[in-house]
Design a protein around this ligand. Structure first.
Ligand code: ZN
Ligand code: ZN
Length: 415
């Protein structure tokens, strides 16, 4: 690397492997310990290592709040609610005061009992179009089908006093009756009541419009479950936040597949690079991602590169799958970025131990390689080795200030 920290400006590639952290299980090892990772370990050897409490010790992070923290935004201050990221990730326009939701096409019977909360994992652009632009009580509602059964919904909120403090309609389980949307406890103001009323009306109207729609008649004829209702959850309220460029001084880009991460990146003013062939599963195209990241590094100072599949395998309790995915990341992705003319940072947004199939608060390993870092004695990248590294134990919110200083975009405190 030719640049000198503090004098010229340096670049960063931040690789976040979703849910990478784990607990020892098979043979007393974590999937990261068991995986074949010569390239990642090379970075570990050359860099400074540590453990990171992404939010704070004992707090189990969601992927959304975790990414905010790692990207330098205190989630307790900046978290707008999941729906906002979903809508931004789906390229929907959002304005101050809009309320956005994650949504699903689902299958219900005439008693509003949920038969399949994912409608056979199959959505429909045509059905989405039949609901898009609906107006209820003077509020316009936009809906977009993203992947499979998933949708994002935006309620246009200007001067409407809409609120994100309303409950989910999604039952989260088949067999239950579709829930009524209600103001959250302790938040029973006019805005919440109005928003809940509109949500309930929208859900009913979605059934009326979708149930007899010819697309669903055809689905029934083929023996497929009709996508005859929209279930909403994860309300979020959009507000503009200062961008990464405004707060830290450098330009940033995001290379990710899933809409949540693209949404977070957009919310923080990053350029979101479109990549073909990303699936969030074992078959995701890592080659296209690495190409996109290296290309983005030419135009940007900071590239956030995200891989989802490690988390998905944690949720599936699939030790072998997670281990193999990590080996693939090492071979197909890290081998190609490790000598880039930039700092290389590898970490996770949280642990997703295969033994418990959910996120946990176990801190995640983090490594920073690049000019000027105080190389420590750690020579393997995993949850145990990292504990003895020179970074010690940091908080997620500390990472961006640390990187900004290495990059030369520091702000001095005092004189
Ligand atoms: Zn995650
Ligand atoms: Zn997860």
């Amino acid at each position: 690397m030719s640049t000198k920290p503090g004098y010229d400006k340096n670049k960063v590639i931040l690789l976040i492997c979703d849910g990478l952290g784990d607990r020892p299980s098979l043979g007393g090892k974590t999937p990261l310990q068991a995986a074949d990772t010569p390239n990642i370990d090379e970075i570990s050897k050359a860099g400074i290592n540590g453990l990171m409490d992404v939010i704070s010790p004992g707090i189990v992070p969601g992927s959304d709040t975790a990414h905010l923290a790692i990207l330098g935004y205190d989630p307790y201050k900046y978290y707008p609610g999941r729906g906002v990221f979903e809508a931004l990730g789906a390229d929907m326009a959002l304005h101050k005061g809009d309320v956005a939701f994650r949504a699903n096409f689902a299958t219900v019977d005439e008693k509003m009992r949920v038969i399949d909360r994912r409608a056979g994992r199959k959505g429909s652009k045509e059905l989405a179009e039949a609901l898009n632009g609906l107006e209820i009580d003077g509020v316009k509602i936009f809906l977009k089908n993203t992947t499979e059964h998933r949708c994002a919904v935006v309620m246009e909120g200007k001067n409407e006093n809409l609120s994100k403090y309303v409950s989910d309609v999604d039952t989260h389980e088949a067999g239950d009756i579709v829930k009524k949307c209600e103001p959250l406890k302790g938040k029973e103001g006019e805005g919440e009541k109005k928003t809940a009323k509109i949500v309930n009306e929208f859900v009913m109207r979605s059934y009326e419009i979708l149930n007899g729609h010819h697309v669903n008649e055809e689905r029934r004829r083929r023996g497929e479950p009709p996508a005859n209702i929209i279930l909403l959850r994860g309300a979020g309220s959009y507000e503009e936040v200062p961008s990464i460029k405004a707060r830290f001084g450098f330009s940033a880009a995001c290379v990710a597949g899933a809409s949540l991460y693209k949404g977070v990146a957009k919310y923080l003013g990053m350029e979101v690079i479109h990549v073909e062939g990303t699936t969030g599963r074992a078959d995701t195209n890592l080659n296209n991602k690495v190409e996109a990241a290296l290309h983005a590094l030419k135009a940007h100072d900071f590239v956030f590169l995200h891989v989802k599949a490690t988390d998905s395998m944690g949720h599936d309790g699939d030790f072998e799958g997670k281990k193999n995915m990590i080996s693939r990341i090492d071979k197909e992705l890290v081998a190609r970025i490790k000598d880039a003319d930039s700092y290389i940072v590898i970490t996770a947004d949280h642990s997703t131990p295969v033994s418990i199939k959910r996120h946990s608060s176990d801190p995640v390993p983090v490594v920073i390689k690049g000019v000027g870092v105080r190389k420590d004695r750690v020579n393997k990248f995993d949850e145990f080795s990292a504990a003895s590294g020179g970074l010690g134990r940091i908080s997620g919110i500390d990472l961006m200030p640390i990187l900004s200083d290495f990059m030369g975009y520091y702000k001095m405190y005092g004189t």
